[in-house]
Design a protein around this ligand. Structure first.
Ligand code: FAD
Length: 393
């Protein structure tokens, strides 16, 4: 015998849990299904185990989408302050780390516990370890074929996330459901992901593995200033993850190391004051030692400043603020924090997240073509889009 609910939500991640608890509070009979054996696994590992659960500056400008206006409505109706109020109600201590990024003081598990408590209070039934083989629409609603039998619901919310980290159960399920209902999906690609280098450049930069430096990374008109990390695979760190969402194969990115330091003035002044100093010694006052050494070797300027023309020093400075690199690729979905692209926003109502052409079918969270920057924006989208659907189902 089929079990009957008002709403079935598929995916007990950030967006699915928020949607379920909001709709449950409205008195809807809710079932939340997940194929995993624990809810909110990505929340658990997020933010280094402390969950960067929102960003106080989150606004539409912090998101990538084919339609930059789409996210506005949901983000405006469930703001970071709304989520903070929920966190405070549950007595979860938090702090701002940097750039408006809010983290739990203790553990990301506190956020999962909070969502589970809220769902319990709202009467949501959570069923884990369930495989869903089909989502069909018939007379009077939807039918789900699952490993625990048939489930019927007037509305279905797809909250199964994107393709990133397949090891953690990411499946691309949402895109398949969209295809079954003839809904368009924009090109998906890994976002917030380390970039790789071709073998020759990788070998050249091998001595820098582990070096971190304040940098501005530019791609076209987009630039991010945060830490850059050289790794044994290529480039990483927040600044690279941010720019990776804008980068495309074949494109160049430009690195400006320690952008506040006027290296040309620094080197020329040092040369005037004490020409016997080595270039590396002066650079190492502002750059990590190994990076200073790399630059000196690359330009073959392992000499006292007095032996170098001002022009040569200027060329060195220009390199430090305009190092062009053509990444070979990215580490892909294996390590990407998010999936760019997804359910085409043109198919969805921005106020409710319901598919315009399939009444009763909703998509929320990362599976939609709305992707945030690094820094708590992706969870804010999950909360806001889940909330929008929860208010509507
Ligand atoms: P998910 O959280 O991915 O949830 C999807 C759920 O659907 C999962 O429980 C999954 O098991 C289930 N599911 C998938 N397929 C099926 C299926 N076929 N059948 C049934 N169930 C299915 N963002 C931030 O804002 N701050 C951070 O600190 C942060 N840190 C991150 C760290 C890492 C390592 C990663 C990978 C991501 C991080 N993110 C962070 C991004 C953030 O985790 C995601 O944007 C967010 O989890 C998306 O929420 P979601 O509910 O849409 O999808």
């Amino acid at each position: 015998m089929a079990r009957i609910f008002d709403v079935a939500v598929i995916g007990a991640g950030a967006a699915g849990m928020m949607c379920a608890l909001v709709a449950g509070k409205r008195g809807r009979r809710m079932l939340l299904l997940d194929h995993a054996h624990a809810p909110g696994e990505k929340i658990r590992i997020s933010g280094g185990g402390r969950c960067n659960f929102t960003n106080i500056h989150a606004g539409p400008k912090n998101f990538l989408s084919a339609n930059p206006h789409f996210a506005k409505s949901a983000l405006a109706r469930f703001a970071p302050t709304d989520f903070i109020a929920m966190v405070d109600r549950h007595g979860i201590a938090w702090h701002e780390k940097t750039l408006g990024q809010l983290f739990c003081d203790d553990s990301a598990k506190d956020i999962i516990r909070m969502l589970l408590d809220e769902m319990r209070a709202a009467g949501v039934e959570l069923q884990l370890g369930v495989e869903i083989s089909a989502v069909e629409k018939g007379e009077g609603g939807f039918r789900l074929q699952t490993t625990v039998g048939e489930i019927r619901a007037a509305s279905v919310v797809i909250a199964t996330g994107g393709k990133s980290i397949p090891k953690m159960g990411a499946t691309g399920f949402a895109y398949r459901v969209a295809a079954d209902f003839d809904l368009k999906v924009t090109e998906t690609r890994p976002g917030l992901v380390p970039l790789t280098l071709d073998p020759a450049l990788l070998a050249e930069l091998a001595p820098l593995a582990g070096v971190s430096v304040d940098a501005e990374i530019r791609h076209g008109k987009t630039a991010f200033r945060e830490a850059l990390l050289f790794t044994h695979r290529g480039l990483s760190g927040p600044a690279i993850l941010q720019i990776s969402s804008y980068w495309r194969e074949g494109d160049e990115i430009t690195l400006s190391l320690e952008p506040d330091v006027d290296f040309a003035a620094l080197l020329k002044t040092a040369k005037r004051e004490n020409g016997r100093q080595a270039v590396q010694t002066v650079l190492a006052r502002h750059l990590p030692k190994r990076l200073a050494q790399y630059v000196v070797e690359r330009f073959a300027v392992d000499r006292p400043l007095a032996d170098l023309s001002d022009k040569a020093l200027e060329a060195l400075a220009a390199f430090l603020h305009g190092w062009a690199i053509k990444p070979a690729g990215s580490e892909g979905y294996r390590t990407a924090e998010v999936t760019l692209g997804g359910i085409d926003t043109a198919e969805l109502d921005s106020k409710t997240m319901m598919a315009k052409r399939v009444p009763g079918l909703y998509f929320v969270g990362e599976c939609v073509d709305v992707t945030g920057w690094l820094g708590g924006y992706n969870f804010q989208w999950a909360w806001a889009s889940g909330h929008a659907a929860g208010e509507s189902v």
